[in-house]
Design a protein around this ligand. Structure first.
Ligand code: NIG
Ligand code: FE
Length: 390
């Protein structure tokens, strides 16, 4: 039953060969002649097999926490007020810069392992809490190094244009020059990032500054993505589309023109309901408009200390349904195939011959249950690159 709900195959089986999916379909139709006599069998009776989940937007390499700022917000301060007073992203920059490599790696590993426990097999990790050339590259190196001792695929994104660092206060254009002339070329040359991101917002960078960052990224062969229209309509979605962005993320304040531009460019809309919830945002991303324009919608944790201190992609799928009105099927696509598209990866996110054998095996048989619960579920097994994750 390929065209029905979730393209679900009842009583199905998956045959994996050398880390890739070799056959998938009803068990009765599997060509047993293709199986090795000594192949390992994972019994998935009574279970649901989905693609391994893809978290396509995280900032999980950082040190410290922002619990004090949470108290301030509960006492009435807004996210923007805290940021303008030198807190917010900059307070995490201070803690991250002060942490040793070992501390930073250890704190980040905990978050990565929590994500993995929820069935995630691919994680995007942004820099953005170093905000100088060496510190940004250090964060990217630490992010990349995490896959050495974790059975997970890691994709890194340079987010040097996340906020104006204290040394460049009042000189945002000069900082952007450093991002374009030093940070991006070094990250590209050292193979530390596949994409470049930015924060286009009145408390961060304007469209002219982000355009310079994107031009530099493209000169160095890197794709772009953007934190766009999170707190206001700043024209970020249109700008992202102009540079053929892989994705535009947040989008609460996206305009009709912004959505139309994303559709034309084929950029993915990454919805981040954790940040919407945690900032008690009033405005929803224009989900109906995105649907009508055929823009793919991904769902991600945005795991970060300021706006989404969460490591549960399943919780985000639930919130995407409850807050944004996605169907559970859209939420699952958002955390698998559309998330892979937001990273420019066409080798995963779907269970199909030739794709990577990254799978999550869940108790139960109804795919809607993944978005139904408010997190809480853990897969019975995870298969990563064809091997059972221990
Ligand atoms: O995705 N919007 C910008 N970046 C993060 C927040 C970072 C922070 O507050 O530390 C986000 O929401
Ligand atoms: Fe983010």
């Amino acid at each position: 039953m390929r065209d029905g709900r979730y393209s679900l195959v009842e009583d199905g089986a998956v045959h994996i060969l050398e880390g890739r999916i070799d056959q998938v379909g009803p068990t009765a139709e599997m060509d047993l002649g293709l199986l090795h006599s000594d192949c390992e069998v994972i019994d998935a009776r009574g279970a649901l097999v989905t693609p391994g989940l893809v978290d396509c937007h995280t900032h999980l390499v950082y040190a410290g926490n922002r619990a004090r700022e949470f108290e301030m917000r509960q006492a009435g301060a807004t996210y923007e007020e805290i940021a303008r007073a030198g807190g917010g992203i900059i307070s995490t920059v201070r803690a991250t810069r002060a942490a040793s490599n070992a501390e930073l790696r250890a704190q980040s590993s905990v978050r990565l392992e929590e994500l993995m426990a929820g069935g995630v097999t691919t994680v995007e990790i942004k820099s953005g809490y170093g905000l100088d050339v060496e510190q940004e590259l250090r964060c990217l190196r630490i992010a990349r190094s995490l896959c050495a001792d974790h059975a997970v695929s890691i994709v890194t994104t340079l987010l040097g244009a996340h906020s104006i660092p204290p040394e460049f206060a009042g000189k945002a254009d000069d900082y952007i020059t450093a991002v374009c002339d030093e940070m991006i070329p070094r990250a590209a040359k050292e193979g530390l990032a596949t994409a470049v991101d930015g924060f286009c917002e009145r408390i961060a960078f304007n469209t002219a500054q982000i355009a310079r960052v994107f031009e530099a990224a493209q000169r160095h062969g890197l794709r772009v993505k953007l934190h766009a229209e999170q707190l206001s309509d700043s024209g970020g979605a249109r700008l992202a589309a102009r540079f053929d962005a892989l994705s535009a993320d947040h989008l609460e304040y996206a305009s009709r023109e912004g959505v139309a531009a994303l559709a034309k460019a084929g950029s993915v809309a990454v919805l981040l309901p954790g940040a919407y919830y945690f900032l008690r945002e009033k405005r929803m991303p224009p989900v109906d408009l995105l649907r009508r324009h055929g823009v793919k919608m991904a769902v991600a944790t945005d795991c970060n200390p300021g706006t989404s201190p969460s490591t549960s992609l399943l919780a985000m799928m639930n919130m995407a349904c409850v807050f944004f009105g996605l169907s559970p099927e859209e939420a699952l696509a958002g955390a698998t195939c559309h998330a892979a598209a937001a990273l420019g990866l066409d080798d995963r996110g779907v269970i199909e011959k030739g794709r990577r054998a990254d799978l999550a095996i869940w108790e139960g048989s109804d795919p809607a249950q993944l978005a139904w619960q408010i997190a809480g579920q853990q897969p019975r097994h995870v298969v990563f690159e064809g091997r059972l994750r221990q």
